[in-house]
Design a protein around this ligand. Structure first.
Ligand code: GDP
Ligand code: MG
Length: 234
């Protein structure tokens, strides 16, 4: 099944080339990477264009300004589906998600899952060198989401996923307006609601060593108020 890895970037100049090299090692013939850059001030978009010229498996989607992770992924999903991808993956471009784990996510869907989630909190999963504040927010977010939504998923805010094409076609992601962690919770929530088979694949998540996090209080706050709304509106 042909896969497209959607890779959103905002100021990932130091990470992009090593990430594409690492993905080249694990992807198969016909698989693609789609870089979705929000006009990064550090020139990540221009670098991506240059790398796309060098590597046939890379394409770039340029967006005019920083608009959050959710809208970037939506644009990426649209493009990947239009180009015929059977599997659509999401992952960060900061090595928090290990490119070497991509084949395990793909295999989980090829073996019958509809959505595979690279999970920090399922048995065998780990969080590496993340600071205390981030650990508390992430764990707290998982517990909070579990309180309102019966997802049966240990890592609902995870951003390392592989969707079977039919999931994205069914859950109508275009109507999701969340931008941050809430976007991740909402895609998983909709997949569960629509009866798709979700599996968690244990991963080790490490903090980035290059560049800076774009997480903000706003992103956390968005998840806090959207999760109960999901419960109410379905
Ligand atoms: N295109 C795009 N990418 C973004 C945006 N915000 C974050 N990213 C990318 O999304 C991924 C995860 O973001 P990061 O800042 O590491 O968030 P954290 O892991 O929660 O600290 C990275 O590849 C970022 O470059 C955005 O507004 N637009
Ligand atoms: Mg990160």
């Amino acid at each position: 099944m042909r896969a497209t890895v959607c890779l959103p970037t905002y100021d990932e100049r130091a990470n992009l080339e090593p990430m594409l090299q690492a993905l080249a090692e694990v992807l198969r013939e016909g698989d693609r990477v789609l870089v979705i850059d929000d006009n990064s001030p550090d020139g990540t978009g221009e670098l991506a264009d240059r790398l796309a010229e060098e590597h046939e498996f890379v394409s770039v989607l340029h967006r005019p300004h920083k608009d959050g992770l959710g809208p970037a992924y939506l644009a990426g999903f649209r493009r990947a589906l239009a180009e015929g991808a059977e599997l659509v993956l999401e992952m960060d471009c900061d090595f928090s998600h290990d490119p070497a784990d991509v084949p395990r996510l793909i295999a989980a869907v090829e073996d019958g899952a509809d959505l595979a989630i690279g999970s920090r909190y399922t048995a065998g999963g780990h969080v590496g060198n993340w600071g205390l504040a981030r650990r508390v927010i992430s764990r707290g977010g998982s517990i909070y989401a579990a309180l309102f939504l019966r997802l049966g998923v240990k890592d609902p805010t995870a951003g390392f996923k592989c969707f079977r094409r039919t999931v994205l076609e069914a859950i109508d992601p275009e109507t999701i307006t969340s931008r941050g962690y809430a976007f991740q919770i909402e895609t998983t929530f909709r997949a569960k609601r629509d009866g798709f088979r979700i599996v968690e694949v244990p991963i080790t998540f490490d903090d980035r060593t290059q560049g800076a996090s774009k997480m903000s209080r706003w992103i956390v706050f968005e998840a806090v108020w959207r999760v109960p709304l999901l419960r109410l509106r379905g």
